[in-house]
Design a binder for this molecule. Sequence first.
Ligand code: NAD
Ligand code: DAU
Length: 352
Amino acid sequence: MKTYLVTGGAGFIGSNFVHYMLKRYNDAKIINVDSLTYAGNLENLKSIEGNPNYTFVKANICDKEAMSRIFEKNDIDYVVNFAAESHVDRSISDPEIFVETNVKGTVNLLNVAKEFWQAGEDEYKNGCKFLQVSTDEVYGSLGAEGFFTESTPLCPHSPYSASKASADMLVKAYFDTFKLPINITRCSNNYGPYQFPEKLIPLIINNALHHRDLPIYGDGLNIRDWLYVEDHCKAIDMVIRSGKIGEVYNIGGHNERMNVTIVKTIIEYINENVDKEVDDTLITYVKDRKGHDRRYGIDPEKIKNDLGWYPETSFEVGIKKTINWYLNNKEWIKSVTNGQYKDYYEKMYGIN
Ligand code: NAD
Ligand code: DAU
């Protein structure tokens, strides 16, 4: 039996990871610690509440006593650190919480893991590992050519990506200085079930279903590299099990699309399959995001060659699954936005 301390497991990727692991392994014990910010929702985990291999603890990763108590009570083998403030727009309007959770929270977890795992000078509990879930955004922005590799210099632009890059450097410092066993994964944009409807894909689906304007920032030609969330979960599992200690692994499936293409793909599917009134006239070009990165593109050769990872869900299949999930889970959207949705978007974009 291996025990995983999953932080941020009530959020989008974290909850998908918890489901993925419990489905895949009978001998994985998951402790999910989450402070339940606006982005964390226990609704995402309802179906596994009674699973004997799953425990939820409501706590903040910045809280040393709370994290220590979890390590005291449980023989933790792996920390998988998803907990973060994750939305770039929020980091532009309110940067400090990003430093608090993403930087200070990570260093707190590193300290607690180091203390409880330490078995001697530069020696740690057999097989333990701290996996930091990072992002391609730490590399900055690409021009028309080339891809991010693991040796691309870090060049973050937003307060969000700067906080994630800081956390990455601290995680690496704990390996370089203390030999704490770590890996860092840097994935491209995820999409799929349980993503909070402030992010592009669920926001567009939800707005389209309500015949609301579909906001596109700037000229809509910015490019993101999209990966179905389950393929990210599979990659993290593989890095935990087989990743070489101290290494960084990029994760992505060479699936680059312009934002406007994403929006039009969603409109087309809804128009053809759900509601004829949803069409391109809903598209509204709005003020650009400050410091908006132009293009992300991951080179995933290392994780493919070294660990045998490959993405299983094509974008064509994944986007349909995602739209259908949101169609079938309208109550979920209502429950997570908790009535704040309308005010938030009116404030952010002047949209009603
Ligand atoms: P999310 O915002 O959906 O979820 C974050 C979770 O962390 C929430 O459940 C929230 O309640 C919890 N949390 C926040 N602050 C906390 C704190 N101080 N203590 C405990 N829990 C706290 O985020 P996501 O999109 O699922 O992203 C998860 C991780 O993956 C993040 O670290 C993010 O940087 C990284 N990532 C995201 C993407 C993406 O496309 N969404 C891509 C690559 C990497
Ligand atoms: O690349 C990985 C990152 O992807 C993660 O590290 C972040 O946690 C995650 O939020 C995501 O960041 P992005 O900024 O790329 O995602 P977002 O969904 O906010 O925006 C995607 C693109 O769409 C971006 O170019 C901005 C644009 N956009 C976004 C929204 C919300 C719009 O044009 N309109 C919108 O309403």
